[in-house]
Design a protein around this ligand. Structure first.
Ligand code: XMP
Length: 308
């Protein structure tokens, strides 16, 4: 039986005995990296630094919320504004695996720079078991290169330490509850909105998807249905719509909502059609560049939860 209290004590002791120098923490603001940050901070205090990179691929208000959580938990942290750098590196890139690898590599490059400034020898990451199993570390074929595994450059100068490597999502949530970290936040992928934009990532598409995401995130928790993770995906092909008397081409947004325990398998959520209709109308009314909304009714497997 998994016990979050003894896991926490063991993890802090293991950090103390394995991390023999200053450590920088790759913090995405998600539950995994926040738990890792808190464990390492409790073990090393000011000898650790949580670095949060605002990649410009985040959801609305995400950076502010992360800052508030760090403050509340008393973690030593730094926020780096890097939106333009990421957009520049992603210019013209449409291949999903390449996108993930570029984002991962850029992340690590920015961290390495920060690590030098901080004098860190260690890089702590919030990698959990499904991340490395699905990145080809286990017996399965590579499904997706999750950014915290697939994108590492070979000449890495930092020693990687992953305190949550053996945990599954439900176990991380229990540790988060024990540590006073919000655990009801739904998972959000490291590469952010970039893997929810099919094709090239642009500032325009990010802005559209950010608005649609907050509409979806606002509505779904209020419904009387089970939903573990829910978000929108902006498709690359445009389709015909009407504005007044004019035929116009607009974007299609797919809504994805799934029920799952650990993200390894999932079923699409049984959302009422009426509610989907309300969400669809709010999206098309407030975001004129979207003229079609569809609902993804595929389980994992055969689909993955994210579209890229
Ligand atoms: P998939 O799409 O592989 O997603 O079925 C399973 C769960 O993992 C999340 N996910 C990620 N989390 N870095 C992360 O930390 C990533 O690169 C990443 N990709 C997917 C996804 O949101 C879902 O909860």
């Amino acid at each position: 039986m998994f016990d979050p209290v003894s896991f926490t004590n063991d993890a802090i002791n293991k950090v103390k005995s394995n991390v023999k120098g200053r450590a920088i923490i790759a913090s995405s603001g998600g539950i995994d990296s926040s738990v890792a940050a808190k464990l390492v901070s409790d073990a090393l205090g000011k000898e650790s630094l949580s670095v949060y990179i605002d990649t410009g691929l985040m959801r609305e208000n995400e950076t502010k919320e992360v800052e508030r959580t760090f403050e509340r938990l008393g973690i030593n942290y730094k926020i780096i504004e890097a939106g333009n750098l990421f957009i520049e590196k992603l210019k013209g890139i449409t291949d999903p695996e390449l996108k993930r690898k570029i984002i991962g590599k850029t992340f690590i490059e920015v961290f390495e720079q920060e690590a030098k400034t901080f004098g860190a020898e260690y890089l702590i990451q919030g990698t959990i078991a499904p991340d490395w199993i699905e990145s080809g570390g286990g017996l399965r074929d590579t499904i997706k290169s999750h950014h915290n595994v697939g994108g590492l450059p070979t000449n890495l100068n930092l020693i990687i330490y992953e305190p949550l490597r053996d945990l599954y999502k439900d176990e991380v949530r229990r540790v988060a509850d024990h540590l006073g970290i919000p655990s009801n936040r739904q998972p959000f992928p490291g590469p952010g909105l970039a893997v929810r934009i099919i094709g090239e990532v642009t500032k325009e598409k990010l802005e559209i998807l950010r608005k649609a995401t907050s509409i979806i995130e606002n509505h779904i928790p209020r419904l009387d249905v089970q939903a573990w993770q829910y978000f929108g995906i902006l498709l690359s092909d445009k389709s015909t719509g009407v504005h007044g008397d004019l035929r116009v081409y607009g974007y299609t947004l797919a809504i994805r909502s799934v029920n799952s325990i650990d993200g390894m398998t999932a079923n699409f959520s049984n959302l009422p059609l009426d509610s989907l209709g309300v969400i669809s109308r709010e999206i098309t009314n407030t975001i004129p560049k979207i003229n079609r909304v569809v609902y993804d009714i595929t389980d994992k497997p055969p689909a993955t939860i994210e579209w890229e």
